[in-house]
Design a binder for this molecule. Structure first.
Ligand code: MG
Length: 443
């Protein structure tokens, strides 16, 4: 039985995800006379899934536009541009033995829960190859998707300024989808580029999660070559992690705070983030004249609220940023370029990072047999115990003077998580103890 997770379908190739599933997915989403764009990251199983998916779509009369290896936002943009649905074959930052699918509609938005349920149901029906030979779909290859994405991204940053400053940038593509676009985008923008792990081979030289542990060598290269900054991507390049001139990661909170300031510098308005956002992010938004708005975890929710509120920017603390004027999905390519521009305009990122105030924060997780049942009991108790502004559409977050706390069931693991942040360390510890005591009673 196929199941959508928090971001499309994902699993081990040959187990949860295989060619048979891909073909059935193709039949579920294919429609006579309708077009579907297919892209993939560099995983070795990607070509198998791409072929099977395309076969499924064509077999029910749908047309396929193949764009080959490309980042997730590139696929979303191609879908929007070509008036087609879109499928990205990727497992994002998961290890190489994993793969999966993300689905987009013709506005470039990731599909919602209702559409996912419709696909699940169709696959359950076990549809057969239905159309006759003269009704089958066609396929074409489109080689413009990457250049169109570069064009869009360069149209949103100050290329004249970047060309004047000619910053030296190390880009670590993680041997993923960024390999086919980011070194070229940076060069075209006017950077001096040192590209590492930029062979799109599907043989990964580092772990695909762009975190401290996986980026040690890249950080050392940033220092060794005297680069102004480093940019590192996950497997499908919807994320970018930034390394400063000292070879240190900016850190996800400081990174999000800086990009919020940058976007509000262009245009004032609402910034959408999630319930996991720290005070550094809130302060950056308010200090720069923006309105802080939080929603549920997940880029689909961020994109939806951005559209509803006509927001100027949407960013999740995990490093997924959606730019207004760009595609309505997280875009690691544009993220990298925005930080290049930030460096060109304001100087060393290491110094800018120091100006972002990071407050005492504590996170802990509690194993729960039934995390959702536990949360139903925990949430009312938290609301009783802590007075403040409550957001309870996804766990429960309470904002109060000097800090906030969040109690939430994990989207993927059988655990309940508590996060507490406060300007004062001792108050933070006390608030944390109080919340933990409530959680422990019900997990
Ligand atoms: Mg990703």
């Amino acid at each position: 039985m196929v199941k959508f997770g928090t971001s499309g379908i994902r699993g081990r190739f040959g187990e949860e995800v295989d060619a048979n599933l891909a073909a059935r997915l193709g039949q579920a989403i294919g429609k006579r006379g309708a077009k579907a764009v297919i892209g993939r990251d560099t995983r070795t199983s990607g070509v198998i899934l791409e072929n099977a998916l395309a076969s499924g779509i064509i077999s029910v009369g749908g047309d396929v536009i193949r764009i080959g290896i490309a980042p997730t936002p590139t696929v979303a943009l191609a879908a929007k541009r070509l008036g087609a649905s879109g499928v990205m074959i990727t497992a994002s930052h998961n290890p190489p033995e994993y793969n999966g699918f993300k689905f987009f509609n013709s506005s470039g938005n990731e599909i919602g829960k209702e559409e996912e349920a419709r696909i699940e149901e169709k696959i359950g029906e076990g549809r057969k190859f239905e159309v006759k030979w003269e009704e089958m779909g066609e396929e074409v290859r489109d080689r413009t998707a990457v250049s169109e994405h570069i064009k869009l991204a360069l149209g949103l940053v100050d290329v004249a300024l970047i060309r004047k400053k000619r910053p030296k940038v190390v880009v670590d593509c993680g041997n993923g989808a960024a390999s086919v676009i980011m070194p070229y985008a940076l060069r075209e923008a006017g950077c001096r580029v040192v590209a590492v792990n930029a062979e799109p081979s599907g043989l990964f030289a580092r772990g695909l999660e762009p975190n401290l542990e996986n980026l040690r060598e890249t950080a050392a290269i940033v220092r060794a070559v005297g680069a102004d900054l480093g940019i590192a991507h996950d497997g499908d390049a919807d994320r970018a992690v930034i390394i400063d001139e000292n070879g240190e990661l900016l850190g996800l909170d400081a990174q999000l705070a800086l990009v919020c300031g940058e976007e509000l510098g262009r245009k004032k308005g609402t910034v959408v983030t999630t319930i996991e956002a720290s005070m550094a992010v809130k302060e950056a938004i308010e200090k720069n004249g923006g309105k802080f708005f939080i929603t549920k975890v997940g880029s689909v929710h961020v994109a939806r609220e951005m559209e509803r509120l006509k927001a100027v920017f949407g960013g999740e603390p995990c490093g997924e940023y959606i730019f207004s004027g760009g595609v309505p999905v997280p875009d690691g390519i544009l993220t990298g370029l925005e930080f290049v521009e930030l460096f060109c305009r304001k100087g060393k990122l290491g110094a800018l990072k120091e100006r972002v105030r990071i407050y005492p924060m504590k996170r802990a997780k509690y194993p729960a047999k039934d995390k959702n049942a536990a949360m139903r009991k925990i949430a009312p108790e938290i609301k009783k115990a802590f007075k403040g502004k409550v957001f309870d559409e996804d766990g429960v977050r309470v904002d109060f003077e000097g800090g906030w706390l969040l109690v939430r069931a994990s989207g993927t693991e059988p655990i309940v998580r508590i996060t507490v942040e406060h300007k004062d360390l001792r108050t933070m510890e006390a608030l944390f103890a109080k919340a933990a005591e409530i959680a422990r009673r019900f997990v």
